[in-house]
Write a protein that binds this ligand. Sequence first.
Ligand SMILES: Cc1cc2nc3c(=O)[nH]c(=O)nc-3n(C[C@H](O)[C@H](O)[C@H](O)COP(=O)(O)O)c2cc1C
Length: 414
Amino acid sequence: MYTLHIPQCYKLLGQHYGGSKRKFFKKITWFWCFCRRKGSFFQPKKTPEKIFTPYQMGPFKLSHRIVLAPLTRSRAIGFVPQPAAATYYSQRASEGGLLITEATGISPTSLGYPCTPGIFTEEQVEAWKPIVKAVHDKGGVFFCQIWHVGRLSHYAYQPDGQAPISSAAKAASGVVYLPDGTGPVPYPTPRALEAEEIPKIVEDFRLAARNCIRAGFDGVEIHGAHGYLIDQFLKEGLNNRTDRYGGSIENNCRFALEVVKAVADEIGADRVGIRLSLHQFYSDMQISDPLALGLHLIQGLNKLNILYTHFVEPRMGPGTASIETEKNLLPYRKAFKNTFLAAGGYSREDGIDAIESGYADLVVYGRLFLANPDLPKRFALNAPLNSYDRSTFYTQDQVKGYTDYPFLEEVSVK
Ligand SMILES: Cc1cc2nc3c(=O)[nH]c(=O)nc-3n(C[C@H](O)[C@H](O)[C@H](O)COP(=O)(O)O)c2cc1C
């Protein structure tokens, strides 16, 4: 390799142009202008950040690694998803992009919030079908988050006005809104499930997973996070049982693993994920060693060979406020053998870093995706984002704050 310096160039080109300096400089000026016009053509091609590149998640070929978080939107009138959900989810769908639904009840005892959907009646399954189709029509991969709220409910939601169920007969602190939107009222004291009743709840999860596949979903995410029924078994602060479902890490994980196994047996392990929030302590749901519990759980999940685990960052306090902490998800990421999803407080740049460094395989976005239906595109272009409107997170309006967040083109045109 050698370098030609300007005088040499001049000499060579000058010879070529018959020794005329004027002709030489004219040609050089033309060439310089041409290069400037072509601009990027001459610049080295920038490789896209890994978050924008394909990822093979088990049988699913994803085209990027930006995932829609499960987001309760309280638009399901009578616990049945409404047609506007087809617009809402398809707006957020992209070719090869993974979407996870809002938390969706598995059984009549599973509900505890007004206007949240279920997937345990034929009417609900039928209502989900066009929503799933709308996402598939845009090439999206769609998982349903299946959910049992446990003690975070009220007699008014329960069949025959019974007490809600949980791992222990201890009421949650805080308040609950009733199915008709009235309230709030304090949480009632739940009834601790008898050990013999637990297989029935496991069966409800299995049937709900079957219904998800019937509705056309690609898979399910089991909601094991945020203080709901599975979490109520995992966390020793609440779970004071002395039978095989409490009293040790192994026993506290038993219900979660039974649910995962039943669901995996029903629809195939490569269609099953689970969401966990081991570092979020809801009222009395403390836990002395989240890492030990998490690693035991992961050992079981690895044996069942499920598709993914979806962890909420320790920095997320209960709710959506961030807290200071040194803790992170790396030990869980290293221990779990299949796809690892991380969620909670991610910006575009944090997400890019998380993927580049191998901290996670996919990054899950909640509030940013809620307010930006075309979030993957905006991230790819590093375009400005719409801000979210907290006051419309949980209203029943089928348009405002739901399907009316503008796309980038609409913003640019204004
Ligand atoms: C409006 C709203 C509804 C939510 N609903 C659910 C839900 O149904 N299931 C769930 O697991 N998490 C739910 N979350 C938590 C989000 O999935 C996510 O973990 C949280 O918003 C933090 O991520 P972010 O910082 O990207 O928003 C909800 C959060 C918000 C803001």
